[in-house]
Structure formats: C-alpha cells, structure tokens
Ligand binder design. Structure first.
Ligand code: DGP
Ligand code: NA
Ligand code: NA
Length: 231
C-alpha cells in the first residue's frame, strides 16, 4: 500500500460479432451505463471512417465491385493501418485511467479477410489470407482486456431487416465470418490470452445489455485492482 502505487489504468472492452448482431447499440448503452457509475469511458469504432485511410475503406465498403477489383491483401493492410493510426490515442486513453468500449477491432480484421475464400484457412499456416497471415499486421496493437462476442446465427441476423448493401453484407460470407471468430476464440483460449465472453445476441436488447453489464463490471474491477501494464 505504498503511496507510489501505479495509477489505475482503464479497461479495454471490445465488442465483436457478425453484421447486425446489435454491437453498435450495445456499445452506446454500455458507455452510458459505465458513465452512470462515474467511470470515465469513451467509445471507439473500427473502421474509423473519418480519417484519410478510413475514407479509402469507406469507398471500398460502399462500392459493390466484383471481388478482386481491389486486392484483398491491400485492403486488409488498410484496415490494420486504420487501427494503428489510433493506437497511440488508445494507449494514452487507457493510461489516463479512462475505459474504452470498442466496436470491432483486430478480430474483425482477421475474421472478415480470412472469410473471403471458401477454402479452409483455419490453420495458422493457411497461407495468404489464412489466420496467421491475417494476424500479422495487427501484432503489437494495444490488446483488449476482454472480448464480448455477440453471437447471432445468420437466420436471426437476416430477420433483423435488410442489410444496408455494403460489400460484406452477404449470407455466405457472414456464415464464414462467424466460424472464423470461433476459431480465433479457440486460439486465444489455447494460448490463455484474452478472455472471451460469448453472449447470445438473439435475446432482447435489455437482456443482452444486462449480461454485458455484469461481465464488464467484473472486468473493470479486475483491471482497476491489478493495475497491470497494457500488453
Ligand atoms: P461496420 O462499420 O462495423 O458495419 O463495419 C463495416 C464492415 O467492415 C463490416 O462488414 C465489418 C467489416 N470489417 C470491419 N473491420 C474489418 C477489417 O479489419 N478487415 C476487413 N476485411 N473487414 C472489416
Ligand atoms: Na455493417
Ligand atoms: Na466496424
């Protein structure tokens, strides 16, 4: 109990999932909830379409050109660059004791790119666009303290109304994306890294919110107590 104890850092809470799983709604409800507990919290969202790199990504997502018009590897690196350009701010925000609730991050990066082909890319040595290749550019980014995966099957996702027509909003791709996320969860569990919490996103908004709130309260307390440095 020395007076020179390291200052508390913020917790980095990440929400991931397929399109239409309700992430964006839950991120904003969670930020409000934490603020109501007097816990300083800010929301982040990736891709961040407001930067120059984000403008390129937005153009890519909103034009439904045939696959191959833009090289899949090049666009993968742009999504990663879009996270890296926020990395210093993410790190300083956490260091200042503010919590971050983030809508998508590097797991989406790997899940979406590696889902582009039907070939099995699940092994770490799956070649270009395989999991190992896809993970490379994001190695070293500030790591989340917990991943909340809003799990929704494709039939349920489609019941939620039409997709907005963006490039990735297609049934077969989304089914593969969900599988890739599960593979990434298994990898993290194997290696004892970040802890994942899978939440059934087909529940009512209120029930999902409650479940997330209880997971996050535990995580925020754990991080505030152990003051371990960011990885
Ligand atoms: P959103 O604004 O959350 O709807 O995300 C836009 C789309 O981009 C969505 O289909 C998920 C996808 N996406 C998010 N991050 C990445 C990434 O890093 N790489 C790739 N290839 N796709 C991503
Ligand atoms: Na979307
Ligand atoms: Na996003």
């Amino acid at each position: 109990i020395s007076s020179s104890a390291a200052p508390k850092r913020g917790a980095f809470i990440l929400l991931e999932g397929v399109d239409r799983c309700g992430k964006t709604t839950q991120v904003s409800l969670l930020v409000k909830h934490l603020m109501s507990l007097s816990l300083a919290t800010v929301a982040y969202r990736f891709p961040d379409r407001t930067t120059q790199v984000g403008t390129l990504i937005n153009n890519y997502l909103t034009t439904n050109g045939p696959t191959g018009t833009v090289d899949d590897r090049a666009i993968h690196l742009l999504f990663s660059a879009n996270r890296w350009e926020s990395a210093p701010k993410l790190a300083s925000t956490l260091a200042s004791g503010t919590n971050i609730v983030c809508d998508r991050y590097a797991y989406s990066g790997v899940a979406f790119t590696s889902a582009k082909t039907e070939e099995d890319r699940s092994s770490m040595s799956g070649g270009e666009l395989g999991l190992g290749w896809c993970m490379g550019p994001d190695v070293g980014l500030p790591a989340p303290d917990c991943v909340i995966f809003l799990d929704l099957d494709q039939d349920e996702a489609e019941k939620r109304g039409g997709y907005g027509g963006e490039r990735y909003e297609k049934r077969d791709l989304q089914i593969r994306v969900r599988k890739r996320f599960a593979e990434l969860q298994a990898l993290d569990e194997e290696q004892g890294r970040v802890s994942w919490h899978v939440v059934d996103a087909s529940q009512s908004i209120e029930d999902v919110t409650k479940e997330i709130a209880s997971i996050v309260t535990d995580t925020v307390e754990r991080i505030a107590k152990d003051s371990s440095p960011l990885r």
